[in-house]
Design a protein around this ligand. Structure first.
Ligand code: ZN
Length: 133
């Protein structure tokens, strides 16, 4: 796996720290219950600044995908093709990710997925990828 180390900010840090523990943490609005992904300072639905980080299972389905035969970053050149995917978590929001350990011919829109917490080099960081459930 390529060593593109995710850059966390004070706002997104709980998400990235959770991945190191193989836990997915996502903020949820305390006012309207909207999931806020990618993490932001405010709710993208109602504008509230009040939110609580919650653990989710990572159970998901495949919304869309494409095989990128030209690497999206030079650091991914050793892993062609990239199986870029939009994944719908069971909570109802989408995550841009990649699929691993699935043959391209076996990919189906709507297929059940589970998370993979992929180590990034020796940094301790992990990327959130998905594979068949
Ligand atoms: Zn809200």
């Amino acid at each position: 796996m390529s060593a593109v180390i995710p850059v966390s900010t004070p706002i997104s840090q709980p998400f990235w720290e959770g991945l190191k523990e193989e836990v997915i943490r996502v903020p949820r609005c305390d006012e309207c219950s909207h999931w806020i992904f990618y993490p932001r300072r405010h709710c993208t639905h109602c504008g509230s600044l009040s939110m609580t980080w919650r653990e989710i299972s990572g159970r998901a389905t495949l919304c869309s995908y494409t095989l990128a035969r030209v690497p999206t970053l030079e650091e991914f050149a050793a892993d062609p093709p990239q199986n870029l995917a939009i994944v719908t978590l069971e909570e109802g929001f989408n995550v841009n990710s990649s699929l691993v350990d699935i043959e391209p011919g076996d990919m189906r829109i709507g297929m059940a997925l589970r998370p993979v917490f992929a180590p990034v080099g020796d940094s301790g960081a992990r990327r959130l990828l998905f594979t068949a459930a």
